[in-house]
Design a protein around this ligand. Structure first.
Ligand SMILES: CSCCC(=O)C(=O)COP(=O)(O)O
Ligand SMILES: [Mg+2]
Length: 225
């Protein structure tokens, strides 16, 4: 019997188009102004310095922003970029520039599972801040009370077995009691290699999903829970 569910966001609880056509372009449009306005805030300064270390090049904020914009275009899962995006998106949510997209079936089943005592977690390459902001500002209201915790790439990359072993240790459960949901086969393969149960969401948006050996669901309603 599953006791905890760890869910991906992009392509799983939420649409690919929301991330790729709303969030990423928004961060690209506003990043330079955001850095100009908030560049001296300690949290932002730390993330800029972290990005500078990764870039190994730009000393000034201007050229560094050019690098950050290139990373957005390349969909790089670099923690410092994801941290800056999370802070920038939080401003956008608060201004009402957009809502966090969550599929109706996902919102409904997450509420049902929470009501049955299942522990719910999120694992995304988006920063924990970005995850919390998304679920706090949905068309279904604030869904953050449903979640026990959040994991981002600070625990490791989503295609690395060690990341799911670390998540399992954090949850303190046998791996077979944890179900990981994602639309990306390599993520599901890594979770399965760590002993977790897996479910592949194939919602029919974007390129065809390769479920490999993982059980397939077109929505959260297809999940046998
Ligand atoms: C929390 S919404 C933003 C998601 C994001 O920034 C991202 O890069 C998604 O990456 P994933 O590997 O989780 O699909
Ligand atoms: Mg995904």
């Amino acid at each position: 019997m599953v006791q905890a569910i760890v869910t991906d966001i992009e392509g799983t609880t939420s649409s690919l188009s929301f991330v790729k056509e709303v969030l990423f372009p928004y961060s690209a449009r506003h990043l330079r102004d955001f850095v100009h306005t908030h560049g001296q805030d300690p949290a932002v300064r730390r993330l800029l310095d972290e990005a500078r270390q990764v870039d190994g090049g730009a000393r000034e904020d201007g050229p560094l922003v050019d690098t950050l914009l290139r990373w957005i275009q390349e969909d790089r899962k670099i923690g410092a970029l994801k941290g800056l995006q999370g802070l920038l998106w939080e401003e956008g949510y608060r201004r009402g520039d957009f809502q966090g997209h969550v599929y109706e079936d996902a919102a409904r089943r997450l509420r049902e599972w929470h009501g049955r005592g299942l522990r719910l977690y999120v694992y995304s390459s988006g920063s924990v801040q970005a995850q919390v902001s998304l679920f706090r500002h949905t068309a279904f209201g604030d869904l953050t009370p449903l979640f026990h915790g959040y994991f981002d790439t600070r625990v490791g990359g989503k295609k690395e077995v060690a990341s799911y072993e670390a998540i399992r240790r954090e949850l303190g459960l046998p791996p077979t009691k944890i179900l990981f949901l994602s639309d990306v086969r390599e993520e599901l393969d890594a979770a399965a290699a760590a002993g977790l149960r897996t479910g592949c969401l194939a919602r029919g948006e974007g390129p065809p999903v390769d479920p490999g050996p993982h059980p397939v669901a077109r929505s959260f309603d297809d999940l046998p829970l």
